[in-house]
Write a new protein. Sequence first.
Length: 290
Amino acid sequence: MTTLAPASTRTPGAPSTQRSASALTGSLRRIRSLVRAETTLLLRNRTALFNGVLLAPAMVAFLHFSGAFEAFVGDDAGASIIGAFALTSLICFALMFVVYYNLASAYVARREELVLKRLRTGQCSDAEILAGAATPAVATMLGQLVLGGAAIALWIGLDAPANVLLLLVAVLGGAFVFAALAAASTAFTRTVETAQLSTLPIMALALLLSGTTLPLTMLPERVQTLAELTPLHPVAELLTIGLTGLGPDGVAVGFGETFALAAQPLAVLAAWCVLGAWLATRYMRWEPRR
């Protein structure tokens, strides 16, 4: 008599799903270990800690008390508009000093100490190594955003954001772009000491053409068009739209219309994310020059 075997209760594809979940868990565990080590090193490095925690807020405070923000946006601007501009400036400075400069220095320091070379011979992938080093810097920048926003709301005045989603895209997208550019900058940065010079051109151009340190209307039209394609300008523009909801004519628009205003800077920021990832993959230098 022939008996039928019981139907298998195993779900098709379950082993591959379990392997994927196990791989993700292992990757997160390795990144967490790298983040813990990088955080410890950051806390021990007083110079990097100062640059990461105090430099950007100090510059914004100086610009505020010197009256630069009022002169930039106009004396007739409301307190909330000035506050939004101050918060935008804080985030842009933090992206430059906390994320880009500090990360470029950190990558070069780990490279010269052969830490990156040893990590690559282990289980960590290149993306995990870069993410582990970048996470403390990004977390510091997010902390500055929260504390700086609260301080600006108390000192100057700040309304509720018009579009929180655009703020998140601007901050996280900008952090990704400048973390990737920091990795690519190791190609022309030989030592930690020379990082101050090698990163200066990118920092200066990005800040000057972002619209937060120099009114772009003072520049020729061709330069203004070029400025819109630089990596920090779309971040500043998205932050301004997300915080104020104001169109080019200075009239507030609805929540849905803010996405239409943000279409161009979103496209530019997305292009920089792709370009930054390619530059980091192509030019990141993992071993010291001999």
